[in-house]
Design a protein around this ligand. Structure first.
Ligand SMILES: [Mn+2]
Length: 312
């Protein structure tokens, strides 16, 4: 965000994400940021419906060029600005009462922007909402590769709650419906205790690569993870970030915090690896920020920084 843009935001009182120009009707652009103010899929601690406002507020006044990881004798100039040519498309009009209708609205809106060649970044919203974007983008691009950062594998079936639509099921749904290419699907940050082995068995059988935070700290395993990650980008790909992938010490305001998560540096290492992909990701999201829970503002700031690095 330039100083001029910041002044403009202060003057109008409006806070588009990173100060981007606002365009509520789909049109041609490099990409579009869309809020998803719905958490109808949350099991325990709701509040992610307010995520888009917190994420936009946390992006106020951020510079547009993330610092490089190293500054070597002035030879490491700042890279290109993040979100160059992007728009803030406002929030997708999701009804707060119906998960099914919310998913339809997301699919329609994301599909309309994708038809103009726009990449999309969703600001969640709970993680069930990702399914709407995957439905829309797989229509345009075919089965998608997936980099999925999360404490949970999100591959439950309908058995536990009597419905296969909630924020813990979307990966299974997407795989079963052929929206994802399982050979190019990688999950990292997994660590939540399990009730049973069902989800992991399903994902293993599908061929999904699953990695824990501890794996990232083992040089050999981290190298294999990076090889898996490189394969994700061999075709059109999606990057989905459940903010609970990060450690609750830095991101406590999520529905299901699990201790022992990724540091920001570790999450950024994974995000930076996507820049080596042959083509940029076609869609991404930052999900599950529930800003009314304890630590909301600090959590939102971490999320805004992640977004900045994603958008370079
Ligand atoms: Mn999730």
């Amino acid at each position: 965000m330039s100083a001029e843009t910041l002044m403009g935001c202060l003057r109008t009182g409006l806070t588009p994400f990173l100060g981007l120009p606002v365009a509520l009707e789909p049109c041609a652009a490099a990409g579009v940021v869309l809020g998803v103010p719905c958490d109808a899929g949350v099991l325990h601690r709701p509040g992610a419906r307010l995520g888009p406002w917190a994420l936009r507020a946390a992006s106020m006044g951020l510079g547009t060029r993330p610092m490089p990881q190293r500054l070597r004798e002035g030879r490491e100039p700042l890279g290109p600005a993040a979100a160059e040519g992007w728009l803030d498309g406002g929030n997708i009009p999701t009804l707060p009462f119906s998960l099914k209708e919310a998913l339809e609205a997301i699919q329609t809106t994301v599909g309309a922007w994708a038809a103009f060649g726009c990449r999309t970044l969703l600001l969640g919203g709970d993680h069930a909402m990702t399914l709407g974007a995957l439905r829309a983008l797989s229509c345009h691009h075919g089965p998608l590769g997936l980099l999925h950062l999360d404490a949970h594998p999100d591959a439950a079936d309908g058995a536990a709650w009597g419905t296969d639509l909630h924020h813990g099921t979307w990966v299974r749904q997407a795989l079963e419906d052929g929206l994802l290419d399982p050979d190019r699907t990688v999950q990292a940050g997994l660590r939540a205790p399990r009730f049973d082995e069902d989800e992991l068995a399903f994902l293993s059988a599908a061929g999904v690569r699953m990695w824990t935070p501890a794996d990232l700290r083992d040089p050999l395993l981290a190298m294999r993870l990076m090889e898996d990650l490189a394969r994700v980008g061999e075709g059109p790909a999606y990057v989905s970030v459940d903010l609970d992938a990060l450690d609750p010490a830095i991101v406590p305001a999520v529905a299901e915090p699990v201790p022992g998560g990724l540091s920001l540096a570790e999450a950024l290492r994974l995000v930076h690896a996507t820049r080596a992909w042959a083509r940029p990701w076609v869609g991404a999201d930052l999900m599950e920020l529930a800003p009314e829970l304890e630590g909301g503002e600090a959590s939102a700031r971490v999320a805004a920084h992640l977004a900045l690095h994603l958008l370079v």
